[in-house]
Design a protein around this ligand. Structure first.
Ligand code: AMP
Length: 211
């Protein structure tokens, strides 16, 4: 199974990608994760992409595409993959199309207002990286005793800017796949739904396709 997942930051896309990857027994490939790893390891590519990522910019198409296609050539991707964060531009989608076909695009739709509220309520633990949300309880400390904090880029003004970029970039990518007749599996998530609720809803709607 070859899937592309499209969803805004804070839509629950990462959790849905992991769930679908484990359901289909294929790897979850996130371009952002690959870049973060190479930055951590300070590889030449990592030092190069850090210039863009730290400045809040997109990594150039050529470098991104080469990085992701190289990863997809690994043996574990033979039976498929769940692609998360790629393609992010039509140029990437066009290049990717020469490399592989896909079965479905999964589109996780969330109201902007829901995302702003979710990210505003998100709290991370300084000690263990645990993830909480004030929407689900009045958490003051992490289970491990660590201090909880709100991420700088989850502030309302920053989230609005991230959402604007998301809509500008992904709408043409979605249209690219619609124009090719690729089947788009759309699932809606609202403020009251946890990641597990969304996974279950997805399977109720589309489970037949994944048997
Ligand atoms: P993410 O974890 O998907 O939000 O990605 C983190 C950062 O990596 C983004 O803000 C971009 O700078 C870069 N990045 C990830 N995927 C891509 C992509 N497909 N094209 C260009 N830049 C990307």
């Amino acid at each position: 199974m070859k899937l592309i997942i499209i969803g805004a930051p804070g839509s629950g896309k990462g959790k849905l990608s992991q769930f679908l990857a484990s359901t289909c027994a294929v790897p979850h490939i996130s371009s952002g994760d690959i870049f973060r790893k190479s930055m951590e390891l300070k590889t030449p590519a990592g030092l190069e992409v850090a210039k863009y990522i730290n400045a809040g910019k997109l990594v150039p198409n050529e470098l991104t595409t080469m990085t992701v296609l190289y990863r997809l050539e690994h043996k574990d991707c033979e039976k498929g993959f769940v692609l998360d964060g790629f393609p992010r531009t039509v140029a990437q989608a066009e290049r990717f199309e020469e490399f592989s076909d896909i079965d479905y695009v999964v589109h996780l739709v969330t109201e902007d207002d829901t995302i702003i509220r979710r990210l505003a309520g998100r709290r991370m633990c300084r000690a263990c990286g645990g993830n909480y949300n004030l929407l689900w309880g009045a958490f003051e400390k992490c289970e491990c005793g660590g201090e909880l904090y709100g991420r700088e880029d989850d502030r309302e003004e920053t989230v609005a800017a991230r959402l604007k970029i998301f809509h500008e970039l992904f709408t043409p990518v979605l249209n690219f796949y619609k124009a090719r007749g690729t089947k788009i599996l759309t699932v809606k998530s609202d403020i009251k739904e946890s990641a597990e609720d969304i996974n279950n809803k997805f399977m109720r709607q589309f489970g037949e396709l994944f048997k």
